[in-house]
Design a protein around this ligand. Structure first.
Ligand SMILES: NC(=O)c1ccc[n+]([C@@H]2O[C@H](COP(=O)([O-])OP(=O)(O)OC[C@H]3O[C@@H](n4cnc5c(N)ncnc54)[C@H](O)[C@@H]3O)[C@@H](O)[C@H]2O)c1
Length: 307
């Protein structure tokens, strides 16, 4: 019987299903202790992780029986995929399974930050009744600039269009057929910076995208937009976004992902209640519905793989 190790949270029904077909060890605490993982990984044919378990070369070099890694999510930055490719370990992300959750997060943050909800909340609970002193805006008629027009970018596009927003996107890797199908304009990065009222990032983290939103980029944004990053941390420079907000180059920001996670004290100590910003702990894609979809998808794939 094949042996499967699960090192992070997986929905119970899917764990039970796997346990009826394989010898399964479910230990969501293993992601915190790489030494324990290294000590036992040689026993397993399949490994299921989220984004906390570091599946690096050291772990993989001990994984002499490993044939399949299931990722309960999409980003693969915690897995050495080059090593896996060279050593015939198949890596399966749960592509698209949490895209709806992320897209709803983006719309939620867009609406909240256009309405200055963090500032309204802070003013109200401090007895300031800021009914006239803070002016809100509508999503309808705004230009949303999407950096990356893949699975999640497309979902955000559909939802935002229902609110009457116009979409522009920067993604050199998609064709004009896709842009006409979605009724969007593909633009250059500089144009997007100049046009957008809201900029939402849906890119992978790589050498092209690291630090893409730095102070220079913020200073090119003509409409003092709202920035939303639910993709990967280092795409936005954390010190620069605080400075851009303080210098009123942007009107607000929402961050779900950080340069290192959990977010460093050095960063969050600079956030104060009177800032129009929302910080969340990498949960844009995490809802009870998406957890179910992601777990069922990976359980299905691993069963098919070993059939
Ligand atoms: N916060 C969360 O909970 C959460 C959940 C799911 C996904 N994510 C992250 O969201 C991001 C987007 O996910 P996705 O499923 O839409 O990915 P995707 O691969 O479907 O789309 C990414 C898009 O970016 C484009 N792209 C790649 N490099 C580019 C570059 N240098 N410049 C411009 N465009 C470029 C690609 O052509 C592609 O269309 C990923 O980083 C993923 O890890 C976060």
């Amino acid at each position: 019987m094949k042996k499967i190790l699960i090192t992070e949270f997986m929905e119970k029904e899917s764990v039970d299903l796997l346990a009826s077909k394989f010898e399964v060890k479910y230990n969501p605490k293993l992601s915190d202790n790489i030494d324990n993982l290294i000590n036992e990984i040689d026993l397993y044919d399949g490994l299921i992780v989220r984004n906390k378990t570091l599946v690096n070369e050291l772990v993989l070099s001990k994984a002499i029986n490993l044939k399949f890694i299931g990722r309960l999510g999409v980003g693969l930055d915690n897995i050495d995929t080059d090593y896996c490719k060279k050593n015939n370990v198949f890596v399966q992300p749960a592509t698209g399974m949490n895209a709806d959750s992320v897209a709803e997060y983006v719309i939620n943050c867009s609406l909240s930050l256009l309405k200055n909800i963090p500032l309204m909340h802070d003013g109200t609970i401090h007895g300031q009744w800021p009914r006239n002193s803070i002016v809100s805006k509508e999503l309808r008629g705004k230009i949303i600039g999407l950096l990356g027009f893949g699975m999640i970018g497309k979902k955000v596009c559909k939802l935002a269009q229902a609110f009457g927003s116009q979409i522009v996107a920067y993604d050199p890797y998609i064709s004009s057929t896709v842009s006409s199908e979605y009724n969007i304009s593909l633009v250059e990065l500089q144009e997007l910076f100049e046009m957008a009222d809201i900029i939402s990032i849906h890119l992978p983290l790589n050498h092209e995208t690291k630090d893409l939103l730095n102070y220079k980029a913020f200073s090119q944004m003509k409409k003092k937009p709202i920035i939303i990053n639910s993709s990967r941390g280092s795409i936005v420079n954390e010190q620069d976004i605080i400075k851009a907000y303080q210098d009123t180059l942007i009107n607000g920001f929402a961050l779900d992902v950080y340069e290192s996670e959990p977010v460093k004290e050095k960063f969050y100590k600079q956030i104060t209640n009177n800032m129009n910003c929302i910080l969340t702990p990498h949960i844009a894609g995490v809802t009870s519905e998406s957890n179910k979809r992601v777990s069922q998808f990976i359980a299905g794939r691993i069963m098919k793989f070993f059939k």
